[in-house]
Write a protein that binds this ligand. Sequence first.
Ligand code: NAD
Length: 508
Amino acid sequence: MHDILQQLGITENNNGASTGSNWVKSSGKVITSFSPVDGKKIADVVSADDKAYEEVINTASKAFLEWRLWPSPKRGDVVRQFAESLRKYKEPLGKLVSYEMGKSLQEGYGEVQEMIDICDFAVGLSRQLHGLTMHSERPGHRMYEQWHPLGIVGIISAFNFPVAVWSWNTALALVCGDVCVWKPSEKTPLCAVACQKIIADVFTANNVPEGVCNLLVGERELGERMAADVRIPLVSATGSTRMGKAVGAAVGARLGRSLLELGGNNAIIISKDADLDMALVGCVFGAVGTAGQRCTTTRRLIIHEEVYNSFRDKLVNAYKQLRIGNPLDENVHVGPLIDKDAVKMYEDAIERCKTEGGKFLVEGGVLKGDGYESDCYVKPAVAEVQPHFNVVQHETFAPILYLMKYKTFDEAVAIQNGVPQGLSSSIMTLNLREAEAFLSAAGSDCGIANVNIGTSGAEIGGAFGGEKETGGGRESGSDAWRIYMRRQTNTINYSNKLPLAQGIKFDL
Ligand code: NAD
């Protein structure tokens, strides 16, 4: 790992506040990053203190005045070069993601690939920030709309996608002419320091003003400060529903804009008309990939009674084949949880499930001994439950999969929709009527609804996000860029009269 850190410019003690190539002095709390892979300390990061926060926000505010005037395709060209740089750093950055967060190496590389993909998307977008033209009701008038840059975009991100979520926001915000201030998760600060260094080099080579991409490492309080700061017109926050409720309320109280990407409680419906072998792969990867720590992780299976027993047996058998261990080893399926607090939450959920009457088909438990020294490795578990159980209604960020039985399609949809969250959903069926009904207005109530693929893993081309307690935000593809801009309606009078709208007469 030493070589990797060196390539990424990470030292033993790192500064956590930056306006680009300038690293701002701070005497904030020192955050030590430990790897969940082996429990070892990786390095220290000094978090941003009040003075550093002010310097960063002031520099960002100034940078915006200049950056918003760069033609958007020119901003896009800088993002294109950032993608080129990420291609060069894919291996070390992917390894750091895997080592600091604990996801498999393939998924670490995949996360960096997602950064590259969103940059490519943003480059094209930089020439397509379209507005509409409308027909005016007044003669000799023209009406149209423009999209202008918004200002500072505050990005608060979660530990489980320590680099991709930042890039989803940043690549779009940059082409839109905004400047970014990123507060990464305090659990993965080194990934953030590495990203900041990569983008700062690209900016320096292109004479991008200092303050266009900024970093503020810190804990919850720093995020709270950003949410309340009127100088930040948009706060994009990814994390738990608890965090989103606090951020949404603080931003709303000052009538700012928030983009919330919060917890999920994702289900797959397994129809009696499903290809069960294909469904199995989707369910197992969805439930145990990233050790159950994706917002789109499959947490609930709603299985038709006619195929319930056979699918349940296939699933239990597949769980027996899972290899749990060091995620940097390519043969391993399941790595560790992020930390011991997460392990405690996993154990609590298992206990609560048992108390409520859940029956475990695959028992959970914390792994000890050789290779598991960090105490963060747990066994993926499977339980038979009832949909209304309290534990089933909540997101536990760990690999626990709940099985439920259904008789009718309507009942399956009701169970799928009957939770407070609304992120990702899917149906496994070869029955066209069922598939279309699932995607109809009376079907899934989630932001993402799939047919014959699982709930987890989305492409950047579509807008990503969910309804209800998932927060309602959309980022990444489609027209998600609009939230990063302000819309202005323009009416131009090229006649020699001044007719008023709605035919109002005002003669002087
Ligand atoms: P978390 O809510 O504990 O922390 C997320 C971020 O918010 C961190 O940077 C943290 O410091 C900050 N934060 C916490 N409380 C805050 C507050 N009151 N005000 C401002 N900032 C605050 O979440 P986590 O444990 O890092 O991540 C796991 C959660 O994130 C899961 O619920 C998962 O579903 C969700 N998630 C959602 C998406 C999505 O796109 N919907 C993507 C990734 C993760």
